[in-house]
Design a protein around this ligand. Structure first.
Ligand code: CIR
Length: 262
């Protein structure tokens, strides 16, 4: 878009993270599994270390006992340029997270916008420089996507609304930014026409879908540990930081969802 300064999506100096509360054992899980708190805490600490080793300054938010899923702070808020947009999670147990993060984020951002109508979760929003892909899913509906898209356009971005493949929690659960031309995708997400036609796709080998939510931070890529085929593919070109997310993935975590970066 003419006149719009180029944002490099993966260049970050700061990240907000929220320490898991003990109530995380009651977090939503598509596989209905209860994770162990102590193991999650260790994985979360390693994740934060990974962010620090990518050159990021960490800002910690208080854990929230009443919101078991609140460690996934990417879902109730979105940061674009110097703006923070408060989103609207779909799940009843997560709706209240928006109000809390709105009160916390004023310490970091002056321009705060709020999506009031529809549902939209950060896990369904993929940012590529000044462009956004919003994936419709069980958590993000057309009204939420449309309202966010109007706002992002006013802020100078372009937006494409796509449909997340069936049975995937969020668009980014199986689609990650690697660089402005390249996305990491699962086989099923690779079938989405818009992605096929507009990006170079690195397809995850079958069985390695849990590594599909990777996180590019500066010159590093944080990736789930234990997925050797994709590790071999990516490590020829990128510097990887491997993070064990075995326990936290029981409640559908990926690497992007546990921080908000700018
Ligand atoms: C949920 O179902 O809302 C959480 N248990 C997992 C959310 C993961 N968020 C994300 O990938 N953006």
């Amino acid at each position: 878009m003419p006149g719009t300064p180029l944002i490099m999506t993966h260049i970050f100096k700061n990240a907000l993270v929220r320490k898991p509360s003990k109530s995380i054992i009651n977090a939503l899980s598509s596989r209905n599994i209860k994770p162990e708190y102590e193991l999650i805490l260790k994985e979360h600490n390693d994740y934060v270390k990974g962010l620090k080793n990518s050159g990021i300054l960490i800002h910690n938010l208080e854990s929230l006992k009443n919101f078991p899923d609140s460690v996934f702070i990417e879902d109730p808020a979105l940061i674009y340029k110097s703006n923070c947009i408060i989103l609207k999670p779909y799940h009843p147990s997560r709706i209240g997270e928006s109000k809390i993060i709105k009160n916390e984020i004023v310490n970091y951002f002056q321009n705060i916008f709020i999506i009031e109508n529809g549902n939209i979760e950060g896990g369904d929003i993929l940012n590529i420089n000044n462009h956004f892909i919003i994936g419709l899913s069980k958590r993000t509906n057309e009204l939420g996507a449309k309202n966010l898209s109007i706002l992002l356009k006013l802020l100078g971005a372009s937006v494409k609304i796509c449909k997340t493949s069936n049975d995937i929690l969020h668009f980014k659960s199986e689609c990650s930014y690697i660089d402005e031309e390249t996305l990491l995708v699962s086989q099923r997400m690779s079938k989405i026409d818009y992605l096929r036609k507009n990006f170079q796709l690195i397809k995850l080998p079958e069985g390695e879908e849990l590594a599909a939510n990777a996180l590019r931070v500066n010159n590093k890529i944080l990736i789930a540990d234990g997925f050797f085929k994709i590790e071999e593919i990516l490590s020829s070109k990128y510097d990887l930081i491997k993070i064990n997310i075995n326990e936290i993935s029981k409640i559908d975590a990926g690497l992007s969802c546990m921080s908000l970066r700018w």
